[in-house]
Design a protein around this ligand. Structure first.
Ligand code: 8IG
Length: 273
């Protein structure tokens, strides 16, 4: 398949192919069956889902931008699952709010597709609009509302997003934990959290979860023909839903507290995908 070039003559799909080639060379694994992006609170899953074959600093792979947080090197791992499949685990996410553009945001997803992945698991830490999710609930994403006013698609590329977050994969996840709730994820640009009024807007529009990632990545995954499973760890209730102000430290602590539990859950789900 050929893709149109932008003004600089750079084809983002060609860069993703090159990145996939580098990962294959460095890991020795020529084909990955599934890929996972591990967001806040989900990192431990990389150790639990299987045997790490190779761990590569993302900075060694073309197209991955330097991590936003100094001292935190994002890595890309190749993991052999107990079922013999290979998973590409992406611990380096570029957020839209970093202002590197949408291409940078979805490069990891396009690389995963070029590496052979047919299933893309997108996880994140997020705010919950539903009060019953206080205390670190893991929630399946059933759909999204993209409030970034951006898209990873360029030109007249019309892509259907019905059932973007695969019902089949959500059902598989519920075979592991039948109590898993699901909700609509609203991607805001960030990096500020929402005002209480914005949270009410999201709720009125049909949103249940507020975050700063995932929707743009899911669109790129669908464009690449992958099936998407999305999961949010609700580390905080959204602004105004909880009475106290949001603190990044509290959000990180809530993630740490939930990490072992949700990582075990994800490990059990991954072998079914
Ligand atoms: I963790 O409350 C986390 N990420 N937009 N709002 C938004 N992103 C988040 C939130 C939140 N909590």
């Amino acid at each position: 398949m050929t893709h149109p070039l932008n003004a600089e003559g750079v084809d983002p799909f060609a860069i993703a192919s090159e990145a996939a080639k580098q990962i294959a060379e460095k890991s020795g694994i020529t084909n990955h069956d599934i890929a996972l992006t591990l967001g806040s609170g989900w990192a431990k899953a990389a150790d639990l889902i299987g045997e790490t074959v190779s761990e590569i600093p993302a900075s060694q792979i073309v197209g991955f931008s330097k991590p936003a947080v100094v001292g935190h090197v994002g890595t890309i791992r190749s993991v052999r699952l107990p079922n013999g499949k290979h998973a590409l685990v992406i611990g380096a996410r570029t957020h839209f709010y970093e202002n590197h553009g949408v291409r940078a945001v979805v490069h990891s997803v396009r690389t995963a597709a070029a590496a052979g992945a047919k299933v893309m698991v997108l996880t994140n830490g997020a705010g919950g609009i539903r009060k019953e999710w206080a205390g670190g609930a893991a929630v399946l994403i059933s759909d999204h509302i993209n409030l970034t006013a951006a898209s990873p698609l360029e030109g007249a590329t019309f892509i259907d997003l019905t059932d973007l977050y695969s019902k089949r994969l959500r059902d598989l996840a519920r075979e592991v934990d039948s109590t898993l709730d699901e909700g609509v994820y609203c991607q805001f640009r960030g990096p500020h959290y929402e005002t209480p009024a914005e949270v009410q807007m999201a709720k009125t529009m049909g949103g249940d979860i507020v975050g700063m990632s995932t929707a743009l990545e899911a669109i790129a995954a669908r464009q690449a023909g992958m099936e998407v499973l999305g999961m949010s760890l609700i580390t905080n209730l959204a602004a105004g839903v909880q009475s106290t102000p949001l603190s990044h430290e509290e959000v990180l602590q809530a993630g740490k507290d939930a990490e072992a539990r949700i990582s075990e859950l994800l490990a059990k789900i991954v072998v079914k995908l």
